[in-house]
Design a protein around this ligand. Structure first.
Ligand code: GAP
Length: 453
């Protein structure tokens, strides 16, 4: 790793994200809200493609998983029972010199003395626990009795709805409940672009099983999740599995893996896959006084199921997908001279725009009409973009920079003016190889559909 090159690469990625409308600082015109991000027109497409693909493979393509969508506002007793009210905190330290608020693990140490990473100051307060949950009040009275929390993870609403969902779905063990949604943590130091945010989204599965099978399902889900990342275009050699050591695991967990990705700012967690035993359901059963047991019809036994949880961050995965896709190579300009090309090599299933459609010239009505016909042909199947302005090479380049995998040009051959055999064919250009093929318009939707799914 070359730290300078990696930091420059990250700067280029952040700047591209803003310039092309992937990700903006939230409330930017008012100076920005730290730890919150807004996704622009292309970012929202990328994020949706990711969430839709996760939902497809984790819910729709499986017999044993159903979905839910829980509320963000959470009853304090839920989060007391889960341990968040008392224990969801980070050790906080203040630097008395520059007034920075720091997490204990962010301090630097020189000659055995802890220092502030911002100013090098050594006048630091003792560490105190800082709870990461956002507290709010529900209703008109802002008193002790009206406290609610913005959920710090989506998982708890799954545990709390376990019984209802078991009854309505009539699933047998092992089975899972999946959810995608917002979570909120008042992180002491949000950083690394969207990597550590205060508002973010999670994609979580709680997979319920019998006690004796937890370790088996932990291995199974670790492998499934690795496959998932490969299927969205992340190279296997950039993914790492960290076995979380006993002393760092939550006390109730019998095994946890972190799936990490080599971001330009270092190897960092994308997802945790944890065997949480029967801790959560047992806690809620005890605190609510309501049975959360499963009745096994074959053995006639009642018991609280165990759970294995693959929990991924949407924003972190979007960032990993962008970091993985970002590349610079060489391509000829209008005059054939080689120049640097910025290209996002997204997997076609992740790419925000799947295909760009260009008439060769914008002032030739038959070319424009044909190009618009193609747009109409593709639109029911995918997000397409029509562009008639500027030289064709420049139009390709604009699409390369936002990762559009396919470009189609309607030219005079499409109209059959040069060779009748080429009527109703177009050139299909691939972003990565820049190779161009002649394809019949009628074959074209099916070719693209099979590649973007
Ligand atoms: N239910 C388990 C749970 O929430 P976690 O490891 O705290 O476990 C799971 O969070 C995932 O959520 C992380 O792997 C990460 O992808 C994402 N995540 C957690 N905190 C985040 C933050 N502050 N900003 C962005 N993503 C975050």
């Amino acid at each position: 790793m070359n730290p300078k090159a990696d930091s420059q690469r990250m700067d280029k990625i952040v700047s591209l994200c803003k310039r092309r409308g992937f990700i903006f600082q939230s409330s930017e015109i008012y100076g920005g809200l730290n730890g919150a991000w807004d996704y622009g027109p292309l970012g929202v497409e990328l994020k949706r493609n990711l969430k839709n693909y996760w939902w497809r493979v984790m819910v729709h393509e499986r017999e044993d998983v159903v979905g839910m969508d829980g509320a963000i506002l959470t009853h304090p007793e839920v989060l007391t029972a889960s341990g968040h009210v008392d224990g969801f905190s980070d050790p906080l330290i203040d630097c008395r010199s520059c007034k920075a608020h720091l997490r204990l693990d962010q301090l630097i140490e020189k000659k055995g003395i802890k220092q502030c990473p911002n100013c090098g100051g050594r006048d630091l307060t003792e560490a105190r626990q800082f709870n990461l949950m956002f507290e709010t009040h529900v209703g008109a009275a802002a008193d002790e009795g009206s406290i609610a929390y913005l959920r710090p993870e989506t998982a708890q609403s799954i545990f709390v709805q376990f019984k209802n969902i078991l009854e309505v779905s009539r699933k047998k063990l092992p089975f899972g409940i999946a959810q995608i949604g917002k979570a909120f943590r008042n992180e002491i130091n949000p950083r690394n672009f969207t990597f550590r945010s205060r508002e973010f989204e999670q994609m979580e599965l709680e997979y319920f099983c019998r006690a004796g099978e937890g370790m088996k399902w932990l291995e199974y889900w670790k492998e499934e999740r690795l496959k998932f990342y490969e299927n969205i275009g992340i190279a296997r050699d950039k993914l790492h599995v960290l076995t979380v050591p006993d002393e760092e695991r939550a006390f109730y967990s019998k095994g946890t893996y972190d799936i990490e990705y080599e971001f330009p700012f270092g190897r960092q967690e994308l997802e945790g896959v944890a065997y949480r035993t029967d801790y959560d359901l047992s806690q809620h059963q005890r605190a609510s006084g309501k049975s959360l047991e499963y009745f096994d019809e074959e053995t006639k036994q009642r018991f609280v199921p165990h759970v294995v949880e693959p929990s991924a961050g949407v924003d972190r995965t979007v960032l990993a997908v962008i970091c993985e896709a970002y590349a610079e190579d060489e391509a000829p300009d209008e005059k054939g001279k080689m120049e640097t090309r910025i290209v996002l090599r997204f997997h076609p299933r992740m790419a925000p725009i799947k295909c760009a459609v260009f008439p060769l010239l914008k002032n030739k009505e038959p070319l424009v009409a044909k190009a618009k016909e193609i747009v109409d042909l593709l639109r029911p199947h995918m997000y397409v973009f029509y562009d008639e302005s500027g030289a064709i090479g420049r139009r390709y380049r604009r699409q390369d920079e936002i990762g559009t995998p396919f470009g189609v040009t309607v030219d005079f051959e499409t109209l059959g003016e040069k060779d009748a055999a080429l009527r109703d064919t177009v050139t299909l250009r691939e972003r990565d190889s820049m190779k161009q093929d002649r394809v019949a318009i009628k074959d074209f939707p099916s070719i693209l559909i099979s590649r973007i799914r």
